[in-house]
Design a protein around this ligand. Sequence first.
Ligand code: BGC
Length: 568
Amino acid sequence: MTLAAAQDSDTTNGTRTVNVAASGLASVAVTATEADDDTSSGTQSLVVTPTSVSVPEGSTATYSVRLSRQPTASVSVASAAASGGDADITVSAGSSLTFTTSNWNTAQTVRLAAAQDSDQTNGTRTINVSSSGLTSVAVAATEADDDGVTNPTHVDNPYAGADGYVNPDWSAKAAAEPGGSAVANISTGVWMDRIAAIAGSSSAMGMRAHLDEALEQDAANGSRPLTIQFVIYNLPNRDCSALASNGELKIAENGLNRYKTEYIDPIAAIMGESQYRGLRIVAIVEIDSLPNLVTNTGIAACAEAQRTGAYVEGVQYALNKLHAIPNVYNYVDAAHHGWLGWDSNFGPAAQLFASTARGTTAGMASVDGFILNTANYSALREPYFSASTTVNGQSVRQSDWLDWNFYADELSFAQAFRTRLISEGFSSNIGMLIDTSRNGWGGSARPSGPSTSTNVNEFVDQSRVDRRIHAGNWCNQSGAGLGERPRANPETGIDAYVWIKPPGESDGSSRLIDNDQGKGFDRMCDPTYEGNDRNGNSATGALPDAPISGAWFSAQFRQLLANAYPAL
Ligand code: BGC
């Protein structure tokens, strides 16, 4: 017969009588005495569980400590990383614990952290658990590396199933505005709008800092991939048909070479670093550049961009360098319906995109898709009419607002333009992005149904949700609101709604403001300007007192929040 004594936490040698009995025979009493192992007379020791811990890179893991016996006075226990081993593994909590005469038997937790690194090895480090006069216990900590994605698959839609990178710089500005925390966790584009933006500054994170932060966000979001969006925006003669976003490089000043060697090369080198292989990196390629070659070569800076081939060659160079990195996805900017929605622009633009892509090393495959409406205000949908609506026998296309455009909104244009691009030779896997950061048009001015007017102009003006004065207006638009929140696969052919223009960042200054970024003063940002032929000589609808493009414009952000559609 075997007797058992369970573990307890007292320090006494407990006794118990065990009666041995059989029918018809005299019973015998056996006295059992526990040989207690908790008394101060035995050897005190550290009980550590487990002694081997796997710590996920960018995260934490724990072990626990208690004493084996009741001490006569408080005992302190230290956990310290041994010198040598992987310095990224550290003790982040519980490095000094105290056990008293009453809690000595209750396990306490020590937390280990493994900082993000760029190697692909599972680093190890010994953590010594020690207490004066007691035998130390070694805990073997092993980092579970997350950089070992050597051959990432180039998926069809980098947004599908992924979370979006939250830019801490933008997020902090948004969160500091009243009500801004409602949107501060939304993913927005990170603009590489000059060479110096790659390295960053004391007030703006550089590219590597963003990617390192993206690794942390990726490590913290479980198994979902993370998509980070960079805007490649620094061609020489940038923004050739306007002034507000003119840049630092000029074609006549060796700008194309500088673009390649001082801008695209370093960007591609950083994006290509192996530790970033697990991220999905979206490159938004050169806003408004190729569309300017379709419609604006009457302007000298655009004519120069066309004549010298600088825009096409610059875009091809960027596509080549970036497409060579398997986890980078190229989306080329294709303006918006209010720019390319006429047949005279639609076909020629599709052909220019096709010939440009054909001239890259990988051909059509270097383009994953196109983005529309970047930093613009075109409504995603006009719910109360389409381009085929007629009013009293007249097509809405002949209204002043549509001015014979074949599309009334961005979604219909996006789907039609995609089909056209595919017929020009692009893969049927291309997907469109639509920048919905500021095309919400909610608020009290939003119509709630179609107009009953039988006058075509009146009908369109009363029915349209896009409340701009003219569809050619683009700068800091009065009345605009935040649009659809970013999401993947919202409609056929659309890879995602995205927020590329960070809401709250100005489109341009409403008067001349000195700056060292090459930014000019475009009167389309001046609320007192009466317009030009690209906006039907209309008022600009721009908000007053705006800072230079890219700078924080609090009044605009507050208006966007107030007029969000869908509402927040
Ligand atoms: C500006 C950039 C800025 C971007 C995002 C552009 O209009 O030219 O400098 O980074 O908007 O706000």
